[in-house]
Write a protein that binds this ligand. Structure first.
Ligand SMILES: [Zn+2]
Length: 131
């Protein structure tokens, strides 16, 4: 099975553009300061429409995760760590943890943002164990 590629939409294109540029941005509410991810039209906290694309630090921690022993996608070697990372800014992001020790990953582990180009148009935000 081929890997599914994200298809940027009107609301998500700024996110994918920032990942392609190696400087990920997510939306921040100008009214209440909440950071939102995935891309949304209104703030999930206060329903404001004043969302601004804002760079993030790239630091976070593993909120929860699982290790898939085998990948179902051609060209992706398992085991694969699929994680929910809590960004330092507070937003949660479903992502992969790139590590040589997938079974050494744990909840609360500090991680840092990295980028994985997977096509001409798409660069995935992934995370590595922070040293
Ligand atoms: Zn808000």
């Amino acid at each position: 099975m081929s890997r599914y590629l994200p298809e940027p939409t009107k609301i998500s294109k700024p996110f994918w553009d920032s990942c392609n540029a190696g400087a990920m941005q997510i939306q921040r509410c100008a009214d209440c300061g909440t950071y939102a991810f995935y891309p949304v039209f209104i703030c999930p906290e206060c329903a404001s429409r004043q969302l601004e694309w804002t760079p993030v630090s790239g630091r976070g921690s593993i909120h929860t995760y699982t290790v898939a022993a085998q990948s179902v996608f051609e060209g992706v070697e398992g085991p694969v760590v699929v994680a929910l990372v809590e960004l330092e800014e507070g937003a949660m992001m479903t992502t992969n943890i790139k590590t040589d020790d997938p079974y050494g990953v744990h909840i609360g582990m500090a991680v840092k943002l990295a980028y994985e180009p997977i096509s001409e148009d798409i660069t995935l935000p992934v995370f590595e164990v922070a040293s």
